[in-house]
Design a protein around this ligand. Structure first.
Ligand SMILES: O=c1ccn([C@H]2C[C@H](O)[C@@H](COP(=O)(O)OP(=O)(O)OP(=O)(O)O)O2)c(=O)[nH]1
Ligand SMILES: [Mg+2]
Length: 173
C-alpha cells in the first residue's frame, strides 16, 4: 500500500470524530454532521461537519455522497462532488437535499452524511488556439453514442416518451 498523505485537521467541535475510512482500501473517509436535522421531501440544507483541514499544495478534497443514504433515503448532495480547495481553511460543509418524494430524512448529531475523497489535482495552463486538434469523438457528446435517444425533448409534451424510455432502460438492466 502507498504511504498515506498527511493532512492537517482541526476539530471545530470537541466531540466530533476524525473522519474514518470504513475499510483499509476505501477511497472516502466518512464525514459526520454536528447538527441534527430533519429534511422534508425536496428540502435542501447545509450541514456542518465540525472539521476544517489544510491539504498539501497540489491536492483537493471532494465531498461525495454515501451510496447507502442515496439508495435507502433518496439523499443527494446538490453540488456532488463538492470541491474543497487546498487553501480552504473554513469548516467543511455538506449541501444535502432529500430527493424522496414522500419520506423525510432524519439525521442525529454525528451521523455519517458524506465521504471525503482526497486526490492530487493538476494545475493547467490554458493556451488559446484557433483550432483544436482532431479526435475520434470530435464534438459528439450528450448521448452521441446512443442509449438515451428517447430522453429529452422540449419538456411538457414529451413527458410520455420520457417516461417510456426510463422504463425500458430499467427493463434492459
Ligand atoms: O461541498 C462543499 C463544497 C465546497 N466547500 C468549501 C470548500 C471550498 O474550497 C469552498 C468553495 O467551494 P466552491 O469553489 O465549490 O464554491 P464557489 O461557489 O465557487 O465559492 P468561491 O467563490 O468561494 O470559490 O467551499 C465545502 O465546504 N463543501
Ligand atoms: Mg470556487
Amino acid at each position: 500500500m502507498r504511504r498515506p498523505v498527511d493532512v492537517l485537521i482541526r476539530r471545530l467541535d470537541p466531540e466530533v470524530p476524525i473522519p474514518q475510512y470504513g475499510h483499509p482500501g476505501d477511497a472516502g473517509a466518512d464525514l459526520v454532521t454536528t447538527r441534527a436535522a430533519v429534511l422534508a421531501p425536496g428540502e435542501r440544507v447545509v450541514l456542518p461537519t465540525g472539521v476544517s483541514i489544510a491539504l498539501p499544495d497540489g491536492y483537493a478534497a471532494f465531498v461525495h455522497p454515501r451510496s447507502g443514504l442515496a439508495a435507502r433515503c433518496g439523499l443527494a448532495l446538490v453540488n456532488a462532488p463538492g470541491t474543497v480547495d487546498a487553501g480552504y481553511r473554513g469548516e467543511i460543509k455538506v449541501i444535502v437535499v432529500n430527493l424522496d418524494p414522500c419520506e423525510s430524512v432524519r439525521f442525529e448529531r454525528f451521523d455519517r452524511i458524506a465521504q471525503l475523497v482526497v486526490q492530487q489535482v493538476e494545475k493547467v495552463r490554458f493556451h488559446e488556439v484557433a483550432e483544436l486538434p482532431g479526435s475520434a469523438r470530435g464534438e459528439g457528446g450528450f448521448g452521441s453514442t446512443g442509449g438515451h435517444t428517447a430522453v429529452g425533448g422540449s419538456g411538457g409534451s414529451q413527458g410520455g416518451n420520457r417516461y417510456a424510455s426510463v422504463v425500458s432502460d430499467r427493463e434492459g438492466q
